[in-house]
Write a protein that binds this ligand. Structure first.
Ligand code: PXL
Length: 273
């Protein structure tokens, strides 16, 4: 494996097994030097603990990335996740414009909503700003809700969706759509690249787990930044995410996140393979 230096830009949810708390260990397990830019600190994620205590770091972001720029620091890969504010989206744009190394890859998970609804705190202005950021990404990783918001079309669930039409409306050359099965019994990921579709599915486990998208995004990014071909990165991420969800489903009391930690050694193996 190589030793690329990568950056992940997203919030820190202190409790809840998502965003930065998932991305750092996963990217590290893939053998990458992992740098971080937290955009906000939340006591928990926004998915079920009630109203979290939130501190946005908007004012700190320009000083941090400009210092990196003064030091001549660049990144071979950048993974963007939940940002939380329009100034944080703007900082991510500046970083992609100025700090991505030549030949580096930018992966954007436009975290904004799920099941047809925006997450709390986000509005249409946020969606519009996210469109600008997505134009700078080499690969987008939306779920169906986010893809519909970015494409400006009505949300349809995975059974009603016609993926090629949605991807055409999205107008991005390389997108991995998550939460996309091939029928009611399956779920998976769909890669759209240069007008071709590649679908990879698993049996559907009938419980909704918070943070599944973050696990998929980080393991996909880890494999791609390590130089895997994109179809292989999709299968590594889908296999790893499936195994984590399977592990979590064994413990019905674990409602707020995905138990990915026991499976990190497996990921090191898959990402290398
Ligand atoms: O898992 C995505 C995510 C990340 N960060 C925060 C969230 C969510 C999803 O709800 O609330 C703070």
């Amino acid at each position: 494996m190589g030793y690329p230096r990568v950056l992940t830009i997203q919030d820190i949810s202190c409790v809840g097994q998502c965003s930065m708390a998932v991305a750092l260990p996963i990217l590290s397990a893939c053998g990458l030097e992992t740098c971080l830019l937290p955009t906000a600190i939340l006591s928990t994620h926004t998915g079920g603990f009630g109203k979290p205590a939130v501190t946005h770091l908007d004012d700190a972001l320009p000083g941090i990335w400009r210092h990196w720029q003064d030091c001549g620091i660049t990144f071979d890969g950048i993974l963007v996740g939940y940002l939380g504010s329009i100034p944080a989206i703007q900082a991510a744009e500046e970083i992609l414009d100025h700090l991505l190394a030549p030949g580096g890859l930018a992966i954007i998970d436009p975290v904004m909503g799920d099941n047809g609804r925006l997450y709390s705190g986000f509005d249409q202005a946020y969606v519009q700003a996210m469109k600008g950021l997505c134009r700078r990404g080499d690969v987008l990783l939306p779920n169906l809700t986010e893809a519909a918001l970015l494409a400006g079309v009505a949300y349809r669930d995975s059974l009603g969706e016609a993926p090629a039409e949605l991807m055409t409306c999205l107008r991005h050359p390389c997108t991995v759509l998550t939460g996309m099965g091939a029928g009611p019994e399956t779920t998976g990921a769909l890669l759209w690249q240069k007008g071709e579709l590649f679908r990879y599915t698993h049996p559907r486990i009938n419980r909704n787990f918070h943070g599944t998208g973050d696990i998929f995004a980080a393991s996909f990014a880890g494999a791609l930044f390590q130089g895997k071909p994109i179809q292989d990165a999709v299968t590594v991420a889908a296999d790893f995410t499936y195994r984590c969800v399977e592990e979590t489903a064994r413990n019905p009391a674990h409602w707020y996140g995905v138990k990915f930690e026991p499976l990190l050694p497996l990921l090191g193996h898959l990402a290398k393979g």
